[in-house]
Design a protein around this ligand. Structure first.
Ligand code: CA2
Length: 150
């Protein structure tokens, strides 16, 4: 169980380029660097990915389920972006893969528009971290590691 998969959904590749009041001015490359540093501190490898395509995310979650069952993957830290609020397919993928998943949001989605208050992923999540900016990724990684006693 030496690895964590960090998945990012649609538009997160734009991080740091617009809407700094909501998402801060750090880029996705900065988030990756933070996750890699956190992984190093935890003694865990990090596989960091982003896709704008729902089906690609579904495929990666299935792949993660296989790795989890093989004992090589601790779990997923997942910021599904706007798919959080729309995607039953991602919910089903996480449930079907049987892999522990921690849901992350950079912003406090509950302090924003009502459409962002519902998450299809939360019922399938081992834990949820919202509103701590990009530090939420590191907090989620620590949570996954502690949960598994890594
Ligand atoms: O707060 C989060 O992390 C979100 O998952 C970010 C999503 C949003 O749809 C969720 O409700 C909450 C949006 C990601 C796109 O981020 C952008 C960043 C800069 C410019 C444009 C989009």
């Amino acid at each position: 169980m030496s690895k964590i998969l960090v998945l990012n959904g649609p538009n997160l590749n734009l991080l740091g380029t617009r809407e700094p009041a909501i998402y801060g001015s750090t880029t996705l490359a900065d988030v990756q660097a933070l996750c890699e540093a956190t992984g190093q501190a935890l003694g865990l490898a990090v596989d960091f990915r982003q896709s704008n395509h729902e089906g690609v995310l579904v495929d990666w979650i299935h792949e993660a389920g296989v790795a989890h069952r093989a004992g090589t993957l601790l779990g997923i830290v997942f910021n599904a972006g706007a798919y959080t609020h729309t995607s039953l397919a991602l919910h089903d993928a996480v449930k079907g893969a049987g892999v522990p998943m921690v849901e992350v949001h950079i912003s406090n989605v509950h302090a924003r528009e009502a459409v962002r208050h519902h998450s299809y992923l939360s019922p399938a999540a081992a834990g949820i971290v919202v509103g701590f900016g990009i530090d939420g990724y590191a907090l989620a990684m620590h949570g996954l590691a502690r949960r598994q006693g890594a």
